[in-house]
Design a protein around this ligand. Sequence first.
Ligand SMILES: Nc1ncnc2c1ncn2[C@@H]1O[C@H](COP(=O)(O)OP(=O)(O)OP(=O)(O)O)[C@@H](O)[C@H]1O
Ligand SMILES: [Mg+2]
Length: 227
Amino acid sequence: MSDPAAAIVRARGVAKSYDSGRIPVLHEVDLTVAAGELVALWGASGSGKSTLLHLLGGLDVPDRGELEVCGLDPRREADRLTLRRRELGFVFQLHHLIPDLTVEENLRVPALAAGRPSRETGLRLRELAAQVGLAHRLSHRIQDLSGGERQRTAICRALMNRPRLLLADEPTGSLDERNGEVVFALLRDLAARHGLTVLLATHERRFAEACHRIIRVRDGRLDEIAA
Ligand SMILES: Nc1ncnc2c1ncn2[C@@H]1O[C@H](COP(=O)(O)OP(=O)(O)OP(=O)(O)O)[C@@H](O)[C@H]1O
Ligand SMILES: [Mg+2]
């Protein structure tokens, strides 16, 4: 899995600060993730996990350094569009679902943006919802769901377009133990059977330890610890 030619994520010397440099978060970060790897980003609250995922997903830009994600450069506007529509699924820590729409309508959004046919989209969203135990909630509005149901909806939304890479920011953070296991098992299965690459920010040691690699985020730097 260490063939650099197969890397899906490459970061070199990436630095990021906020507030015009007054809040340094990441210092000269290097990271390579190969296709099909399930990698945990592990670190204390405020260590920079979400910041790093946002840079990789093209949701923010680094102060300096090189980024390559699925062969594209998330610092470039044109590449960001392709990344979002075709290559990448993002699970936000705070979900960012559309509260007035139903689960089904939220799941249709990424497929619409990618121009996928409605029937295929309907099959896909039913399949995913069933896998995370949400089949009975498809016609409910997001605002009427529990926190864990919203989180599972957000995971399905990120997987709708069959991305090559999933950037998942605490995807099990508001789930009970059983649903946490269900979601983690789904991600592991997608990695093993479909070659999905997953970079997962998590506090939960049991999930970090079940990943192929654990990258610790500390003092603005990354170091790899044994999984
Ligand atoms: N837009 C922003 N403006 C200023 N500071 C920010 C901004 N976003 C993040 N920060 C700061 O950067 C640091 C890293 O934040 P980040 O959200 O990446 O941490 P995290 O590791 O994801 O934490 P958590 O586990 O709590 O989600 C924190 O100190 C945070 O307060
Ligand atoms: Mg975070």
